[in-house]
Design a binder for this molecule. Sequence first.
Ligand code: CA
Length: 422
Amino acid sequence: MKRRLMLVGATMLCAMSTLVWANSPITSTRPAERSGAVVLASNPDTTTAQGLANWVEEFRARALSQGISATTFDTAMKGASYDAAIIKRDRNQAEFTKTIWDYLDTAVSDLRIQNGQAALAKWTPTLNRIEAQFGVEKEVIVAIWGLESAYGTFRGSEPVINGLTTLAYDARRTAFFEAELVHALRILQNGDVTPARMQGSWAGAMGHTQFMPSSFQAHAVDFDGDGKRNIWADDPTDALASTGAYLKHFGWTQGQPWGVEVNLPEGFDHTVADREVRHLPSHWAKAGVTPVNGAFDDAHGVASILLPGGAEGAAFMIFSNFAVIEKYNSADAYVIGVGHLSDRISGGAAIKHDWPRRLRALSKEERIELQERLTAAGFDTVKIDAKMGPLTINAVRRFQQSQGMLPDGYPSLQVLEKLRNL
Ligand code: CA
């Protein structure tokens, strides 16, 4: 599932403040792609049809050694060809960057909310059964469906085997995509779908909720009882149930919110807005944090304060279910998009606080420069990968403290310029 990329593909990033994606605002990267395993293969011939044919021949032995039959392999791989357009998309995808507010404008648009309510109404009996079996609120499953494929409208029509073959043959992440390709062959061998019907995004995410083959193998279920796990059909029953199974597997807690918007008090200590700092809502209330809507409930468990747009943006109190949605796609913008869309489908209120819309997102080059300059200045980001994850956020926070800036950890252009002028 999580495999994103459609949104972002393998390169997706978990960014606190920015979300990078390839094309559609709808898709997201699947989970496995987040691994970002980069294999620096030295295959000198990675851009030609003959090179791909040679690679397929080598791969055949490896696939058969993993239990793929010769018949399955030869049938599925017949006609596999090098698709230069996929490689071009894969290499260019990280160039697109959005702020969380621009992302949410699209992800939780009025139209997507309306379409979500309509989809929920249409599939209510099925969703009720899924909710009862897996213990995951139907609105959350519908929200993932809405972001992954616009409720089944954009499920992807690329031949998955061909796309994965091209990406596995390409030298950048060959190990990751070869493993996904083997999973895809195993799905075919199992008879869940035919090669012709195994379609998906160019990066291999399939069906209504965009499962990568590995996620399919681990979590997909046959919920309509026809003996096949069919996430490709127009009928979304198996796909939606598989999404429920996926969230259940990663520890979804029924009845617990993903998060709630909060007001922070004057003089709030921004250093405690840290994923590692967790308290019961009543503890946060004593520190002056108040709910924007409703009341806090300690029965929801411990929570962290998240500032996805920095101190000037909306603040959220996030619970353990937040981390479960992250298993689908670890970008904060995505998780908040799913959570907030589910709230809105349920009739909940819009996010109340404004965002600092005058700020622009940092480009990939700027994010790398930020990490390099932070590390050089003694605030180690550990990785130089353009991803604004927790380690980079904390490095930004420590740098801000050293400069007497508000330590909200937000990787703004202002922070980068401060580093440039050290
Ligand atoms: Ca089925």
